[in-house]
Design a protein. Structure first.
Length: 356
């Protein structure tokens, strides 16, 4: 089922929660709505589900307008952050619920419901927990029940609102891998809301980055990470060092750096900011052309990655670099070492959102 979101706007009183949102989602895609708290992700999800109406714009499923359709008629499965399971029902009954409450005409037989529920419980690896109650499950297990319950009614669209938000980091990671696998098996068009960039980058086919009720960028995880269209996206999708300076003759002048910025010749003498990811900071132990001196002030080993905090000597500013463990041991770095750095890659924005 494809989903087309056309020019959707929504206000709560005078507050503009969504402003002219348009996204086309292909059938079978897994799309993340990513943004900070209050950016409008949940509001958009609720408009798609029909739980809220938009003031302007339209939602189409497979080309058909959903505007007049009640949420129940939209064939949407919902999973929320707080496992909205029925506490007084067993795991089995929770998953069976959506099928049992169907009108007699479309309700499967008792035996068919049993087969289906047990299949789903197997899928979420909870077949031995059918008779337990939600309070007897861990958070991750409850969320798997919530997913099985949403899938039981064979929705055409699956909407997930921070489905793993309340879980610890390890379980989150496990469940998101598992959501990806499930999605690849079922091919249900799915949209999930998250404010966790790592989660979005890890799981989604495409990411819709939202800010203040508007879309900042839509793209594959790789596109939004390596080619952010705005300073906001750069900042939101990972750590970044800011090189504030001025443009002159096709270069960004920043401290002792004169960094090539092709295509910037028309912006001579404009203020500009270079954005450099920590893993794009190159570190040398010898002074090479184009580098500036810096001192290592902190080393933080994080599994396969080593974060290094440096104090630049030309500007007396701190910056963060990231090396693989291998690079780190090759360079034999210790705190207090004098090194020479330069950015391997940078993206320059001129304030007022102009990128070059
Ligand atoms: N029913 C409502 N009445 C008034 N304002 C609302 C209502 N629902 C949401 N808002 C406001 O709209 C904005 C967007 O809310 P929304 O829940 O869509 O954001 P979000 O990106 O999902 O945030 P979070 O990650 O914190 O859940 C927020 O500023 C919120 O306070």
């Amino acid at each position: 089922m494809s989903i087309h979101i056309h020019n959707v706007s929504k206000k709560y009183g005078s507050f503009q929660a969504l402003e002219d949102i348009s996204v086309d989602i292909q059938s079978g895609e897994l799309v993340a709505l990513l943004g900070p708290s209050g950016s409008g992700k949940t509001s958009l999800l609720r408009v798609i589900a029909g739980l809220e109406s938009s003031d302007v714009g339209e939602i189409l499923f497979d080309g058909q307008s959903m505007t007049e359709r009640h949420p129940k008629e939209r064939n949407v499965g919902f999973v929320f952050q707080h496992y909205a399971l029925f506490r007084h029902m067993t795991v089995f009954d929770n998953v069976a619920y959506g099928l049992k409450v169907r009108p007699r005409k479309t309700r499967p037989s008792k035996q068919d419901i049993k087969t289906k529920v047990m299949e789903l419980l197997q899928l979420v690896k909870l077949e031995n927990f059918a008779n337990r109650y939600p309070t007897q499950l861990s958070g991750g297990q409850r969320q798997r029940v919530a997913l099985a319950r949403a899938l039981a009614v064979e929705p055409k669209v699956l909407l997930l609102d921070e489905p793993f938000g309340a879980l610890d980091a390890k379980v989150r990671k496990e469940l998101r891998r598992w959501l990806r696998k499930l999605h690849d098996e079922f091919h249900i068009t799915s949209i999930f809301v998250t404010h966790d960039q790592e989660e979005a980058l890890d799981v989604a086919d495409r990411i819709v980055v939202m800010n203040n009720g508007k879309i900042e960028q839509i793209g594959s995880p790789d596109e939004v990470y390596t080619n952010p269209k705005s300073p906001f996206v750069y900042d939101f999708l990972g750590n970044v060092n800011l090189f504030k300076g001025r443009l002159a003759n096709g270069k960004l002048m920043h401290g002792e750096f004169a960094l090539d910025v092709p295509d910037s010749h028309t912006h001579t003498d404009d203020n500009a900011i270079g954005y450099v990811r920590p893993h794009d900071i190159h570190i040398e132990k010898t002074n090479m052309p184009g580098t500036v001196p810096a001192k290592i002030s902190h080393i933080h080993l994080l599994g396969p990655i080593v974060q290094i905090e440096l104090r630049r000597e030309d500007l007396d500013e701190f910056l963060e670099a990231e090396l693989t463990k291998e690079q780190f041991f090759q360079l034999q770095l210790t705190i207090g070492d004098q090194v020479y750095i330069k950015p391997k890659q940078l993206k320059v924005f001129i304030p007022e959102d102009y990128s070059i």
